[in-house]
Design a protein around this ligand. Structure first.
Ligand code: ZN
Length: 498
């Protein structure tokens, strides 16, 4: 490894051209010229993957990768929403800092340093291939990528594309690479709603379409990893696989993700393999999406920008402690889309504290399913975690204002087809932590799920939404979805009555 580093450093110095070998310099050491492949899978819960112990699924390619490197058993995201979670991976920042607060309606500012920008500036070839319109170029995650492929099959109608197609494009790009180090990001969307696995996974996982989507996704990823192996030897390639968030499946009254901050959606799969990562290692310490960037940069011998809030997980590979004990989490989805209150929290290896109109505290060690709110029994812990939360949010913790950006009609339509409203159009919102507690609205979530994903006849789905509107008349998502169902049913006259 040492010899590789010396050669790599020399090559990097030559590319940078800023100083000659042997010359004394105070500049940070250049990164080791490793190829990097980042795969993000949308929505797979870790406990639905073979390598995390789920025996009712076949995910041989991910399982093999886990054997080659480290598997983080206790990994979490900073927001259970696609765009904010990816922004945390790419910047090493919490959503309060990178400011991508929801999927749709928020654009990552060009002022942030991203992993792709850092590597591109040092001479890496960079390319990204994404599986859904929620990560379209316009949301700013394209920064630092020379190629950013967000083309959907029928751009006017389709908001997602199959993992197989995303991988085909990534493999073609790999084939065109001529020897410069590369950073390839592949995002696959299949396990996200609606669950619709292709054959033969549809039949094999009959009645379990989510598992079918996860199992299907493993197959093209195997093809991708094979292609990577042909292009770049293992000792020269870092591979990271992360989910952006989990899925609730009606746990806590939530059906998908984005409304709550329970572990059903906060916990993610996180695998890392390559030089510097011991094989078949299972890491128990908490790992966060913000830790990806500093970990990758440290493995490359590069320098992490000082503003990064994550920490390198590399010491954990040698059994040492990593400073990841407190993980910030937030979701503004309810505030921006439902007219309810936003949720924020701190998760430690033992506790989960959620700031809400009715705050919650869970003892994860005793109650990993978060079934019993013990805040009344542990006021001191709650107070301490509230103080940590305040400090994580920073100045103006109770007066922060957010305002989603306006979006074009096609983007709005695509986001809606994936269940996102894209920040709606409510203008500036103040995050006070006060208002309607989302956990008092689980009946609305149930009706909304029935209306959007049950497959029931249209009339019944409309009836479910009408009932929801009657119970929660200030919720903009309900009106938007009801309007769309009326249009679908050819009952546009009823729009006027909304
Ligand atoms: Zn997602």
């Amino acid at each position: 490894m040492k010899r590789g580093f010396a050669v790599a450093s020399l090559a990097a110095l030559l590319v940078l051209g800023s100083c000659r070998p042997g010359e004394k310099t105070s500049a940070p050491p250049p990164p080791r010229r490793l190829n990097l492949v980042l795969v993000t899978i949308d929505t797979p819960r870790p406990d639905r993957l073979g390598c995390y112990g789920y025996s009712s699924i076949e995910t041989p390619n991910l399982d093999r990768l886990a054997q080659r490197g480290a598997l983080f058993e206790n990994a979490v995201c900073q927001a259970p929403l696609t765009a904010p979670s990816h922004a945390s991976m790419m910047t090493g920042l919490n959503p309060t800092a990178h400011k991508v607060r929801d999927t749709g309606g928020f654009v990552l500012s060009g002022s942030h340093t991203t992993l792709a920008k850092i590597l591109q500036q040092q001479g890496w070839d960079t390319a990204a291939f994404v599986g859904a319109s929620v990560l379209k170029k316009r949301f700013g995650l394209d920064q630092g990528f020379a190629v950013y492929d967000d083309a959907m099959p029928k751009p006017a109608e389709d908001s997602e594309r199959r993992a197989g197609e995303v991988v085909d494009r990534a493999v073609a790009w790999l084939g065109s690479q001529s020897g410069k180090p590369f950073f390839l990001w592949v995002h696959v969307f299949d396990p996200h709603l609606p669950y619709d696995p292709p054959s033969p996974f549809r039949e094999k996982y009959k009645g379990r379409p989510y598992d079918g989507e996860v199992a299907y996704t493993d197959q093209p990823l195997g093809r991708l990893l094979e292609s990577v192996a042909k292009k770049s030897p293992q000792e020269n390639t870092l591979i990271a696989v992360l989910s952006d968030h989990g899925e609730s499946f009606s746990g806590h009254g939530e059906y998908a993700h984005g409304v709550f901050l329970y572990d059903t959606t906060l916990r993610i799969a996180f695998l890392l393999a390559g030089p510097g990562v011991p094989p078949a290692l299972r890491v128990k310490q908490q790992a966060r999406t913000i830790d990806l960037l500093p970990t990758i940069l440290e493995l490359m011998g590069g320098k992490t920008p000082p503003e990064v809030q994550g920490a390198s997980l590399r010491p954990a590979f040698a059994g040492k402690g990593v400073p990841t004990a407190d993980s910030y989490a937030e979701t503004l989805f309810s505030k921006l889309n439902m007219g309810w209150t936003e949720l924020r929290g701190i998760r430690t290896s033992r506790w989960k504290y959620i700031r809400a109109p009715k705050p919650e505290l869970y003892d994860l060690a005793q109650d990993p399913a978060e079934t019993s709110n013990v805040i009344a029994q542990h006021p001191a812990e709650a107070q301490q975690l509230e103080a940590k939360l305040k400090s994580a949010i920073g100045a103006g913790a109770d007066t922060e204002k957010v305002e989603p950006a306006a979006m074009d009609a096609r983007t709005m339509k695509q986001l809606r087809s994936l269940g996102y409203l894209g920040g709606s159009s409510q203008g500036k919102q103040t995050l006070t932590g006060k208002g309607i507690d989302p956990k008092d609205r689980v009946e609305i979530l149930k009706l909304l799920h029935t209306a959007m994903y049950s497959g029931l006849p249209l009339a019944q789905r409309i009836a479910a939404l009408r009932q929801a509107v009657a119970q929660d008349p200030t919720n903009p998502t309900l009106y938007n979805n009801l309007g769309n169902l009326y249009l679908e049913a050819g009952r546009s006259g009823e729009l006027m009555k909304l």
